[in-house]
Design a protein around this ligand. Sequence first.
Ligand code: PHE
Length: 358
Amino acid sequence: MEDLETLRAELMSAVEAASDPAALEEVRVSALGKKGRVTALMKALGGMDPEQRKAFGQEMNRVKAAVAEAIDQRRAALEAAALDARLERERIDVTLPVRPESTGSIHPISQTWDEVVAIFAQMGFAIAEGPDIEDDFHNFTALNFPPDHPAREMHDTFFLPERADGTRHVLRTHTSPVQIRTLLGQKPPVRVLAPGRTYRSDSDMTHTPMFHQFEGLVIDQSTHMGHLKGCLQEFVEAYFEVDNVPMRFRPSFFPFTEPSAEVDIGCSRKGGELRIGAGDDWLEILGCGMVHPNVLRACGLDPAEYQGFAFGMGLERIAMLKYGIPDLRTFFESDLRWLRHYGFGALDVPTLHGGLGR
Ligand code: PHE
């Protein structure tokens, strides 16, 4: 009985001394485990006479229960302390300001694209598309380019390697092939705007090998040059957000329009600052004309029945004019500082009623 009391005292102080769950588990195994000290004494009960066994057994059970309970309590205390320590360690200060996050911006090309689409959509134009890689027929032949036209030379056009049948595809040099694709695919009346990438073998301050154009095409039985002028006047005033912009048509030449014109708008360059709509200077912004009878014929339309206009304009050019971007090449350099300066808010979607530019 005395030994039992000593054992109890020893185990209890071992439990108290266990400073973490692993140490406590060791104590439990050494006391109550299969080869533990309490278990060993229980086994010894078998060799005692009945009187002794009864008294000793009762006392044994009391010791065993007391030790087991002490272990449970100690375990709960250790777990609570561990949780407290962790809560202390992982404390979050919810009053700290949020970390700065960099917001993206819309590239001026995308912005200008959306603005122009918004304006022509309002005038009832549908969007048309064509591939960047074109065949000779759509890029040149159907557009009435003569076989010896300089645009068919290497120095202007990117040609793809010759194919088995001897023909060579090109990176489209303008969006005008979409005129052909549209007229071959649908019967007039046609009123489409074709925005897209175009390519020319050219690179300096004012030319990049890839750039963007907008093609406009209107074909029906009565559309004439007056409509062309009115449409462009409307566009220029909406796009530059200026009323009564002076506009003039200068005679020009394109194989696929007759007559052809280049369009200038009035501006002033006083004090080195470009202002659209005022002053006595002129600025060229696009090419246009009445669709050539040969183009209509190439698309299976009778020029005696159908007529209409087409125009093509450089997207980068009108973006530079509106947003004061001096160098064309910067559009494609992917310089984040440039983008932050010239970029647009991602949620400011341009509309005619909500405002186009910034
Ligand atoms: N495709 C011409 C160019 O790239 C522009 C244009 C389009 C002119 C439509 C007239 C009509 O220069």
